[in-house]
Design a protein around this ligand. Sequence first.
Ligand code: HEM
Ligand code: HEM
Length: 171
Amino acid sequence: MTSNSFRYSKSMIVIHWLTALLVLGAWLTAEGGRKVIENPPLLHFTLGLAVLVLIVPRLILRLSGAAPDTSAQRGWLATAAKAGHGLLYLLLIGLPITGWYAASRMGVTVYFLGLQLPALTAPVQGPPGLIADLHENAGTFILILAGLHALMAVWHQLVLRDGTLQRMSLR
Ligand code: HEM
Ligand code: HEM
C-alpha cells in the first residue's frame, strides 16, 4: 500500500472507477412508484448495494494511507474539494441504505447476489414515504454532484495542469 504519495493506490483507483460505473448503472436502472412493487428492479438493488459493499474496503484503505496526503493544501479550492468528496462519501453510504429502507417500507423483498436481505422496516400501505422521496432526490443529486466533480477534475488537469487526473488513473 502506498502512503502519502502523489497517487491513490491501485486498489483505491479501481474502486473509484468501479463505484462511478455502479452509481451510473443504479441511476439508469432506477424505477419509482407502483412499478417497484409489481416488478421490483433487482438490478437496481444489486448495483446500488454493490456501492455500499465497496465503501467498506474503500474507507479502510483510505484510513490506512492509500490516498495522497492533502492535509497541507490550503485555500477555498482545497476546502471545497474536501467538502465535495465528503458529501459524495455520505451519498454513497446514505443512498443504498435509504433505498433498502424504501423497498422494505413498500413491502418489497431485497436480494443481493441471490441472498435475501432482512427488511429494514415493516411494510406500510400507501405512498412510499419521506425516506423514499429523499432517496429519489438524492439519487439524482449524486449524479449532478459527480458531474461537477468530474468537471473540476478536468479543469484541474487542463487549466491548472496539476496532474489531478493522473492521481486517479492506473497508468
Ligand atoms: C459517480 C461518480 C463518481 C463518484 C461517486 C466519485 C467520488 C470520488 C471521491 C469520493 C473522491 C475522493 C477520493 C477519496 O478520497 O476516496 C474522488 C476523487 C477523484 N475523482 Fe471521482 N467520483 C466519480 C466520478 C469521477 C469522474 C467521472 C472523474 C473524472 C472525469 C473523477 C475524477 C476524480 C479524480 C481525478 C479524483 C482525485 C481528486 C484529488 O485527489 O484531488 N471522478 N472521486
Ligand atoms: C448508488 C445507489 C443508488 C442510486 C443512484 C439510486 C437512485 C434512485 C433513483 C434516481 C430513484 C428514482 C427513480 C424514479 O422515480 O423513476 C430510485 C428509486 C428507488 N430505489 Fe434507488 N438508488 C440507489 C440504490 C438503491 C438500493 C441499494 C435500493 C434497495 C436495496 C434502492 C431502492 C429503490 C427503491 C425501492 C426506489 C423506489 C422509491 C419510490 O418509488 O418512492 N435504490 N433510486
